[in-house]
Design a binder for this molecule. Sequence first.
Ligand code: HXC
Length: 519
Amino acid sequence: MTIEDNIQLLLSKREEAKLGGGIKRIEAQHKKGKFTARERIELLLDEGSFEEFDMFVSHNSHDFGLEKQHYLTDGVITGYGTIDGRVVYVYSQDFTIFGGSLSETMARKICKVMDQAIKVGAPIIGINDSGGARIQEGVKSLAGYAEIFQRNIMASGVIPQLSAIFGPCAGGAVYSPALTDFILMSRESSYMFVTGPKVAKTVTGEDITTEELGGAEVHGKKSGVAHFIADNEEEGILILRKLISFLPQNNLEDPPVIECKDPIHRMEDLLNEIIPSSPNQPYNVKDVIFSVVDNGEFLEVQRHYAMNIITGFARFNGMPVGIVANQPAYLAGVLDINASRKAARFVRFCDAFNIPIVTMVDVPGFLPGSNQEFGGIIIHGAKLLFAYGEATVPKVTITLRKSYGGAHDVMGSKQLRGDINYAWPSAEIAVMGSAGAIEILEGRKVSKLNSDEAKADYIKKKEEEYSQKFANPYEAARHGFIDDVIEPRNTRFRVIRALQTLATKKDSNPPKKHSNIPL
Ligand code: HXC
């Protein structure tokens, strides 16, 4: 063979690999409104940055006629490239080859990029579109999944791991995405479940569609499994790129600071008036977030799930932060099981990757009732408490309004190693609200009063006394639990200065094998 022949052979093999499972299957993929595995990588990475591994791999299977069907790449495209110039590793399952099902060799390809991502210290992004275990390979495929799971576990807290679900993801296959930091699903084309509708029908008699059982809406709103829902794959890929922009490459690096053109001294007069005069009236805490962060840009995580707490990424003077905020506009911002779990996981992610946490507090307490108690609010609330107390990243907390009871302690309080704790003048930091407190403290006296009018007058007087003493930030500030009471419109600048000061903060936890967070 001449050198030209050699090169020709290489080029034709490359062309063959690029065709995946063939034109017909590529067309079928497009007809479903889906991109191919390769197209997805092209969209995700900076133009021309993709370096592919293992293009010439094919399976080692000899059963069920597979020995006669070989496709280069064997159902997954792997390699590395850049997003905004920063290295990321990727794998993208190719549904056109055996439905993207996982073979032994395919698992090996995925493990190779995972291993290298861990060694290099760069994020890994997995794009899932697969019929699950390659049925013809049996137990070898199951072993392949377990190899991937083990790497997901080892990489957890070391490099950011992101999963996009752009097609089927079913059976045990769901557990690799579930072990990663973030799951993004596209509407209509993706679904995730441990057992599908047919099994559900056989075992429980339940009649349910694929979409209803494991579509993006379900996991974005009901189960909380998905952190992001995208209208389509293009939007999903933009979200992944945006998400990466907030994250460090690994746990030993700080998150990337970018130039900030938004003035750090920007005053927001509307914040001085945002808190309604009545303590029971809601307002949208996202208005506070948008007005204080750089350019009003906020990437919300789990936007449609447990909406009584808001989590997401933003920047202050170019520095990425994780924001956790109670949302008075939804269930009065109460802490319940789902909100506790959602925020706890987010706080732990930020802490693992050196992302400072800014907490905005307006919380009336934990949600009362048998539903929550039977569901284990004690253990789930403890998760959030644990996450805050364990976190060693800079923690800046601003109490906007209510901060009552146990929920006060949980939400980034001073005693959970909050570094800088501010309060607005509207803050009410107390064991409970005035109505509840007076009912308990004065109930006996009230019952002895003769008329309803006398009762109402007495309660009103006592509630006012209580509010004056406790429903303000100064009692907490008097004890040093609040470092300063700040003017709301100046919040942006005060937070930026706090974060700048805390940038060199060092804190640690005692040596141990690992903690035992209440799971
Ligand atoms: C081998 C598979 C496959 C699989 C699909 N294909 N799934 N090949 N192993 N698991 C092949 C099909 O034979 C077909 O090949 C091509 O992929 C496309 O599949 P279609 O069925 O034509 O596509 P579609 O109608 O879109 O349906 C997609 C699907 C369906 C819903 C994913 O294919 C399906 O139900 N597959 C089986 C799912 C499953 O039960 N997997 C095992 C789960 S258990 P041709 O040649 O016609 O193009 C599991 C355990 C993991 O995963 C445990 C980890 C711990």
